[in-house]
Design a protein around this ligand. Structure first.
Ligand code: AMP
Length: 566
């Protein structure tokens, strides 16, 4: 009865096992480690998985499916012949094939697995992955975040380690950046960013376009078959350029043959815009984690496309640190899942449960800003839950009416990153009435509570009357029943307690205030600074930051106590 680690990838999947020599990858029946995540039905009605299915993608498109990981956890179905399958059904078929390969290799039943998932996978996508494992006859012991697996493969596992990692994953079609921090044996995703429509295939397209130009023709004028062959050559040229400075490929058409040449400087020029698009998510992930690039201790490269020297060069230049790539970037996640399975069997597994969900976009409301005396302009965006906030989260902000005597308010809710609401996505609105008091504006509070099921609860409380208005917005309307929504909201109730009110934090504040009373001069100023810093951290409502700051403040107070005893 063996435990295995599985990288269930968008393009390829791999399986590994922990041995006396560390994690080892297991070959499939074709003799390779990479099993294409492709499922098909043969002419005889048999299910095909991996290489044999991949070959039929072009010849039998209606009977073959690829890239279904993107639809995990959604209701989307894929047609395969007469039947329809959800992404988790197709993933189960891939898992079943990997399980069979591992059983043939190990000579024993494989019934337990650790499966890697993208760090940004939400609860629903994670549950779908669990379900796929179960359908394949595997007990999924735990899911591991892909960047965590990469970090584990690079040797991080000791509980004493404290490190900040940047994991850069450039696959065939997606670009993911994650910042991880390990603290007290717990791995946490501090931030994640990326581009769901940028990957190695775009680099192939850039080369393909260049070759089409060299041939003096256009895409539209070429036959699909010729275009297919040219894309193949473009891909070969791209791969070869990762090894050598210049490459020549031969394009045969009819009886003639044309040599197409490409060198690295030209490749860099062709892909300049694609490389530039990678900079923004990198910088965003670092700043969202509240870090500077100098704070990043290790940079790890994942995904076949990070083999391109142009990518490594950009990362080195931007972050002034060499990225690590000693492990094959296609194998690193699978090896990490193998390490995790070894740790789990020794009951030492690294915890990375905390690093699950972050809000992928900012949620807020429209507000008006004062531009001058009696001059207000609406249309501004006031963020309440910021992008990359660990969710579930509940945040509250104070508001007030614009005009004295105003009694009606319409609060409009948006999601997005622009300072102007017209560039963001409208989610809904809530109308409320406030009492009329001559010459006075009215205060009210807006609380947003949001979790991975995509339910956003907006609560508006009018301070003068205590009236509360509630609006529930669903990310995927119809995906949850009323009873499920009510259950989620009940679970989220406990989040609405402000961290300041949590007993532990309140005790630290009281200790700081008492210390302030007991000291004078520079020490008093130092205590006051700590109080301001701690209260500021509490308002940001990030559990990890609060824990870290609280520990610092307690150490400071303990030192003070020791100084007081002569
Ligand atoms: P993955 O999804 O991680 O397998 O990434 C596959 C992508 O990486 C494809 O676009 C490949 O063409 C690309 N890739 C793999 N090896 C190399 C290489 N040596 N140089 C450039 N790109 C590569």
């Amino acid at each position: 009865m063996a435990l295995v680690g599985i990288d269930l990838g968008t393009t390829n999947s791999l399986i590994s096992v922990f041995t006396d020599n560390g994690p080892e990858l297991i070959r499939n029946s074709s003799g390779t480690f990479l099993t294409p995540s492709v499922v098909g039905i043969s002419d005889a009605g048999e299910v095909l998985v991996g290489e044999s299915a991949k070959h039929r993608l072009i010849t039998h498109p209606g009977m073959t499916v690829a890239r279904f990981k993107r639809a995990m956890g959604t209701a989307k179905t894929h047609n395969l012949g007469k039947k329809t399958y959800k992404a988790e059904d197709l993933s189960a078929l891939v898992l079943r094939a990997l399980k069979a390969d591992a059983e043939a290799h190990l000579g024993q039943t494989v019934d337990r697995a650790i499966i890697s998932v993208p760090a940004y996978f939400n609860d629903i996508q994670r549950k779908a992955t669990y379900a796929a494992g179960k359908m394949a006859g595997l007990k999924v012991e735990r899911l591991i975040n892909e960047p965590t697996a990469a970090a584990l493969a690079y040797g991080l596992s000791s509980k004493e380690d404290e490190n900040t990692f940047l994991v850069i994953d450039l696959g065939g079609g997606t670009f993911d950046v994650s910042i991880l921090e390990i603290f007290d044996g717990v791995m946490e995703v501090r931030s994640s960013a990326g581009d769901a429509f940028l990957g190695g295939e775009d680099f192939t397209t850039a080369v393909e376009d260049h070759f089409i130009e060299q041939l003096g023709t256009t895409r539209e004028k070429m036959k699909p078959n010729d275009l297919g062959r040219l894309r193949d050559l473009a891909n070969k040229a791209k791969l070869a350029l990762s090894e050598k400075p210049e490459v020549t490929v031969k394009y045969v058409k009819g009886k003639s043959q044309e040599e197409l040449t490409l060198d690295r400087p030209k490749f860099e020029e062709l892909t300049q815009k694609l490389v530039a698009r990678m900079r923004m998510p990198l910088q965003r992930a670092i700043s969202d984690a509240g870090l500077r690039s100098a704070d990043i201790e290790r940079i790890i490269l994942v995904g076949g496309a990070t083999r391109m020297p142009v990518i490594r060069g950009m990362v080195t230049k931007l972050l002034k640190k060499f990225p690590e790539h000693s492990i094959d970037p296609d194998e690193v996640i699978a090896l990490g899942t193998g390490v995790q399975s070894g740790l789990l069997d020794r009951h030492e597994a690294l915890e990375d449960i905390v690093m699950t969900d972050v809000c992928p976009f900012t949620l807020g409301t429209e507000i008006a800003k004062q531009l001058g005396p009696n001059q207000w302009e609406g249309g501004y965006f006031q963020p309440i839950i910021e992008r990359n906030t660990v969710i579930p989260a509940s945040r509250v902000e104070p508001y007030s009416t614009l005009h004295p005597g105003q009694t009606d308010i319409t609060l409009r809710i948006f999601q997005g990153e622009s300072p102007r609401v017209e560039d963001n996505v409208p989610l809904g609105e809530i109308a409320l009435k406030v009492p009329k008091e001559k010459g006075k504006t009215q205060d009210f509070q807006v609380r947003f509570t949001y979790d991975v099921s995509g339910v956003l609860e907006v609560l508006v409380t009018v301070m003068a009357t205590g009236d509360v208005k509630q609006l529930i917005l669903e990310g995927n309307p119809g995906s949850l029943s009323q009873a499920e929504i009510q259950k989620r909201l009940k679970e989220l109730e406990k989040l609405k307690i402000h961290p300041r009110d949590v007993a532990e934090n309140a005790a630290v504040i009281n200790r700081l205030k008492a210390a302030y009373e007991n000291h004078l001069g520079d020490i008093r100023t130092a205590i006051e600074n700590r109080l301001v810093q701690f209260e500021h951290t509490l308002t940001k409502q990030n559990d990890t930051d609060i824990k870290l700051t609280r520990k610092e403040v307690m150490d400071f107070l303990d030192d003070l106590d020791r100084m007081d005893v002569f």
